[in-house]
Design a protein around this ligand. Structure first.
Ligand SMILES: [Zn+2]
Length: 190
């Protein structure tokens, strides 16, 4: 048997007999990889501080005035840099969530660079849209009051936690603190 014969036999074996088996073998690792979390999860759970409560109270005060009861403040080193509240009805804009309004107000006055590394306080856990915006803006920390699950008892929600989105964002590390004054945020739904 010549070298060419071996080569032909090998090719024939792969193409004719084991094509499906070979394909299956190649697909298994890909399937496993697809169901595994990224090697380094990019959501860090942080405990709340007294400062967090103070700033959350500012977000709650805004939430009380929103079209839907959601309010947001963006802060750095304890100083508030932008405020937002849900304006969905008055602006006829379903994307005018408190977080989006705060981010847009911030960017109307300051560069995107200064938004990086800030902390966003919000009375309701950011939805998938807002968490996406938070990630794209490089906001470093999210502190929320009521969770998506808790809010769902009052208002339809996309059932994705902001932590899940952060975990699937390999290019940013985002600290998340949930449940700060959650009972007070939920009282605003009546
Ligand atoms: Zn949202």
């Amino acid at each position: 048997m010549s070298t060419d014969d071996i080569s032909e036999t090998t090719e024939a074996t792969i193409s004719r007999r084991n094509a499906m088996a070979g394909l299956a073998t190649m697909m298994i690792p890909a399937a496993i990889a697809g169901t595994t979390e990224p090697a380094a999860a990019k959501a860090l759970t942080k405990p709340a501080t007294a400062e967090d409560e103070r700033l959350m109270r500012e977000a709650l005060a805004l939430a009380a005035k929103g079209d839907f009861p959601f309010g947001t403040v963006i802060a750095r080193d304890g100083k508030i840099l932008a405020r937002g509240l849900n304006l969905g009805k008055q602006t006829h804009d379903p994307t005018a969530h408190g977080e989006m309004v705060a981010i847009r107000r911030f960017l109307s006055r300051q560069s995107p660079k200064t938004l990086k590394g800030t902390t966003l306080y919000t009375s309701g856990e950011p939805c998938a849209m807002c968490m996406g915006a938070i990630v794209w803006c490089g906001i470093a920390r999210v502190v929320y009051a009521a969770s998506v699950t808790e809010i769902e008892a009052h208002l339809g929600q996309i059932r994705i936690s902001c932590t899940e989105i952060a975990q699937k964002t390999p290019f940013e590390t985002i600290e998340i603190t949930g449940g700060v004054l959650a009972a007070e945020a939920l009282k605003l739904f009546r």
